[in-house]
Write a protein that binds this ligand. Structure first.
Ligand code: NAD
Length: 271
């Protein structure tokens, strides 16, 4: 059973969800259905992933789900945000969304504050149960704290053993923002072949991916691993029957080397 984590407005988010970045529209419904059958209740998509309609097909009529989508950079600005939200809801075929995030701050474009005002309106109107941000650094968050009544419920950031984001996690804890880790497995690859991770996998009788996801959960992160391979989809949720000892958590702490798999939010201004 996946634990639920309370957001700062009392809404509860499953601590583990299913990410669908780079899953093509014609495959996403099958992947999401596999995930739901495996026990996932939270799905993370975005307008930019181009697969919201397929997600909508898979979730239609399924009760008790938690759906997140994100405002794309090109749609930032107050009125454009309201229009983009309506489009996402049409594709997802939802009346009320669980979580809406500003995907990137795109600081050069300087529209994230206007966009946040629109998210506050959507929240006040009852169209979304919680609002948050993604890829925000401390100055971007600080501007929202200074100018708006609502603190983001979530900041979804790149976070994995090679990029542990200690400073951002501290800022989040201070402001009661839930840390949600994207690319929690550092997109597979080198991290999962690390000898220390492999050693822990042997010790606990789990796979490297399960060790990494368990580390996230014990740190208190929300995680949204992605896979389109059914046995991996099942493997990634099968992490709630064991616990890493504190010493073994520290073995993973030692792996932080600042490696990003994605862009630096301070310099990413694509629209
Ligand atoms: P991830 O860290 O979840 O890695 C996914 C890849 O790891 C898979 O494609 C597969 O190659 C491999 N993998 C998955 N499970 C495995 C297993 N059990 N064993 C071995 N290999 C395995 O990377 P991601 O897809 O980039 O991130 C997860 C989700 O985070 C995305 O789908 C998306 O929803 C979200 N995300 C958000 C942002 C953002 O800017 N907010 C950016 C990137 C991703």
């Amino acid at each position: 059973m996946v634990p639920l984590i309370a957001l700062n407005n009392g809404v509860r988010i499953p601590q583990l969800g299913f990410g669908v970045y780079q899953v093509p529209e014609d495959q996403v419904a099958g992947a999401v259905t596999t995930a739901i059958e495996a026990g996932y209740r939270s799905i993370d998509t975005a307008a930019a992933y181009g697969n919201e309609s397929g997600v909508g097909d898979a979730i239609a009529g399924v009760p008790d789900l938690f759906i997140t989508t994100k405002l794309w950079n090109a749609d930032q600005g107050h009125d454009a945000t309201l229009r983009a939200f309506d489009e996402s809801m049409r594709r997802l075929r939802l009346d009320v969304l669980d979580l809406y995030l500003i995907h990137w701050p795109t600081p050069k474009r300087d529209l994230y504050a206007d966009s946040w005002r629109a998210l506050e309106k959507l929240y006040a109107d009852g169209r979304v149960r919680a609002i948050g941000v993604s890829n925000f650094h401390t100055p971007h968050l600080q501007r929202l704290f200074d100018e708006f009544p609502t603190t983001p419920a979530v900041n979804q950031i790149e976070l994995h053993p090679l990029l542990q984001q200690e400073e951002m996690r501290k800022v989040h804890a201070t402001h009661r923002i839930v840390t949600e880790a994207w690319s929690p497995l550092a997109q597979g690859g080198a991290l999962l072949r690390e000898p220390d991770i492999a050693g822990l996998a042997d010790k606990y009788g789990k796979t490297p991916a399960q060790i990494v996801l368990r580390w996230h959960v014990q740190l208190g992160n929300v995680v949204i691993p992605k896979s389109v391979t059914p046995y991996r989809v099942k493997e990634n949720i099968d992490i709630f029957d064991f616990e890493l000892a504190q010493d073994d958590m520290l073995v993973i702490t030692e792996l932080d080397n600042g490696t990003r798999t994605g862009p630096d939010p301070d310099r990413f201004n694509a629209a």
